[in-house]
Structures are given as C-alpha cells and as structure tokens.
Design a protein around this ligand. Structure first.
Ligand SMILES: Nc1ncnc2c1ncn2[C@@H]1O[C@H](COP(=O)(O)OP(=O)(O)OP(=O)(O)O)[C@@H](O)[C@H]1O
Ligand SMILES: [Mg+2]
Length: 336
C-alpha cells in the first residue's frame, strides 16, 4: 500500500513547480501528467502542461488543436494551459543557425568549403533531435516557466525522458570543454595576429563563443532546477505487469544516479475486484489473479514510492471529464 500519497507529497513540497512523467510506452504517462496538471489547476494554480512528444497526445486527449500552435488555453478548465512543441520547427531553426555559424566560421578561418553536407549529416543525426527536445524543454522551464506556478512535462516514451535529463550532465562537461578550447583558439588568434586591435574586437563579438556561453548558462540553470528536491519531481507510471515495473525500477536507479528527485510512482490500469467478479467470462477473473501477483511485486519492489493508484476504466480516457475522473481516483482510489 502507498506510504506517501500524492496529496502528502504536495503538502510536504510547498515549493513544488516542475513535474515530469516517465515510464514504459503506453502505461499512462500522458493521462497521469494531465491528472497532475488538472489537480493543481483545480486548486487555483496557474498551470501549464507541456508535451515534447512527436505524437499529438494532448491534442487528442483534449480534442483541441494544440500541436505546434504555442501555448493554448484548455477550454473548460480554469487556470490550465497546454503546449505541444513541434520539434521539427525547432530543428529547422537550429539548421538555419548552424548554417550561419559554420559559414561564418569557415570564412573566418579562410577555408573554402561548402558546409551544406556537414549540416545535412548533423541535422539527420538522432542526437540532434534529442538535443532539440532538451532545448525546447529548458526553454519552457526557464522562460515560459516564469509565467506559471506549475509546469507538468509529459516527456517522450521510455528511455528518452531519462536520457534527456542524463544528457545534461554530459552536455555540461562537453560545453565547458568547448568553451575552454574556443577561448584558447581565440586568444591564440590574437597573439598570432599582426592586427591585434582588430582581431581582439572580432573575438569579443565571436558569435560561436556567444552561443556556447549562452548554452552553458542555460544548461547550468536547467540542471539546478532538475536537481532541486523542493521544486522538481519525477513521477513514474507503471501498470501491474513485469516489464513496466522493471522499467520503472531501472529509471529510478538512473535518475537517482543523476540526483534527480523522484516524486512517487503511479500504478495505473488496476482491475477493481467488483469488475472482475461481475465478469461472466473468466477473462477478468484470471487477469485479476495475475494482477494480484504483480501488485505483490510492486509492493515489494516499489512499495514506499507508490503515491497513487488508478483503476482500469471501461473506455479510454478522453476530454476534461475523463481527466477529472483520473484526478479523483489518483487522490482516493485504493485497490483491495
Ligand atoms: N486506467 C485506464 N483505463 C482505461 N484506459 C486507459 C487508462 N490509462 C490509460 N488509458 C488509455 O490508454 C492509452 C495510453 O495512455 P497514455 O496516452 O496516457 O499512455 P502514455 O504512457 O502516455 O503512452 P505513450 O508512451 O504512447 O506516450 C490512452 O488511450 C489512454 O486513454
Ligand atoms: Mg504519452
């Protein structure tokens, strides 16, 4: 049974601002993120739910066209806004910036090469998309975050969310190193040049250096938020099945290794006893028995962290009424 309920967690963390949901694909991350966002919106906090997934999950949940349209008010729920970032837009902007930077760098270094093939390779690399996602997330955390009291991120399926966060540590080291070598290169250029004055001026306004410094500052701020136990919570979602439970256990180990605070585990799609008993076929009864075994496993392996249980509904969760039901169950449903 749950040791710290979601409400206990919120009461113990009065400064909480950022939530992230994680878990295996299809377990209920989006509906859990929506339930958390609605909970805070209902309590009067100005709330944003943000998705960086390439699927239009919030648009379909709310039946509203949110995809790639910036921040949109959710109809029928006070205090709630949503944003679904189209990463392709972001990648396009990156591509333009990169082209400009590389072209100016090659010109500066007197290298007569057409940079378009480098840029094609760079932007088709999957790491580029990941980095664009990370960037979109930090933009929301640091910029739009100013306007909201609560921000709930519905992160990409499976390992992506964690990789996104884990990446920040590596990225930080890499950026620090890049900045150092850029500084060295620039100071060498001043030393070697006969036109010191002019070069020193050029160096000061070096766009690549400015980019690196800006990225570094941004990353540092984002990292500070991600490691802040008072402000940030990562909520993991599982269902009573072996693989999703194993995924959550693995994710928890990973985020803890990066000092990212875990804000509890939601157990979704629980078959209520009456539903199993009322089923004239044996299907639900058998599933219920199987579930009992996995609930035992959850209790044993994640027990202290479980903060909410959500029952299996007869239909999928849609619309604000659907989410309102999840909020109610997240706060009060207890499996028997
Ligand atoms: N307890 C439940 N009862 C019935 N349907 C549910 C329940 N939880 C989730 N669903 C439905 O299952 C589907 C997957 O849920 P959801 O989109 O929240 O999962 P997800 O983890 O975000 O998936 P993805 O990994 O694809 O992003 C949705 O259609 C949702 O409405
Ligand atoms: Mg989802």
């Amino acid at each position: 049974m749950s040791k710290i309920t979601f409400t206990d967690f919120v009461e113990k963390h009065p400064k909480i601002k950022f939530f992230f949901t994680g878990g295996k694909g299809g377990v209920g991350k989006t509906i859990s993120a929506a339930a958390i966002a609605h909970y805070f919106a209902f309590t009067g906090k100005k709330t944003l739910i943000a998705s960086l997934n390439p699927v239009h999950s919030l648009s379909s949940l709310y039946g509203q066209d949110i995809w790639g349209k910036g921040t949109q008010k959710i109809d029928g729920v006070e205090n709630l806004w949503a944003v679904e970032v189209d990463i392709k837009d972001k990648i396009g902007t990156y591509r333009d910036q990169l082209t400009e930077r590389i072209t100016s760098f090659l010109k500066w270094a007197d290298i007569p090469v057409d940079p378009s093939s480098f840029i094609d390779i760079a932007v088709t690399n999957p790491a580029f998309e990941e980095s664009a996602q990370f960037d979109a997330m930090t933009d929301i955390m640091l910029e739009e975050g100013e306007d909201y009291e609560i921000i709930v991120f519905d992160c990409a399926a499976v390992a992506n969310a964690i990789r996104l966060l884990g990446l920040s540590k590596i990225y930080d080291l890499w950026l620090a190193r890049m900045i150092e070598s850029r500084k060295e290169a620039l100071s060498l250029r001043v030393k070697l040049s006969f036109r010191k004055q002019k070069v020193a001026e050029e160096v000061k306004s070096d766009p690549m250096m400015a980019d690196l410094l800006r990225q570094h500052t941004k990353m540092k701020k984002a990292k500070a938020i991600l490691n802040d136990v008072e402000k940030t919570a990562f909520v993991f979602v599982t269902i009573p099945l072996a693989l999703p439970i194993a995924v959550v256990r693995r994710f928890i180990t990973m985020v803890r290794a990066f000092d990212i605070p875990v804000g509890g585990v939601f157990v979704n799609r629980i078959i209520p006893r009456e539903a199993a008993e009322q089923d004239p076929t044996d299907y639900m009864k058998n599933s219920f028995e199987q579930q009992a075994r996995y609930m035992g496993m959850i209790d044993e392996q994640l027990g202290d962290l479980v903060s909410a249980y959500i029952p299996l509904y007869p239909t999928e969760v849609v619309g604000i009424e659907g989410v309102a039901q999840v909020v109610e169950d997240m706060l009060s449903f207890t499996p028997d």
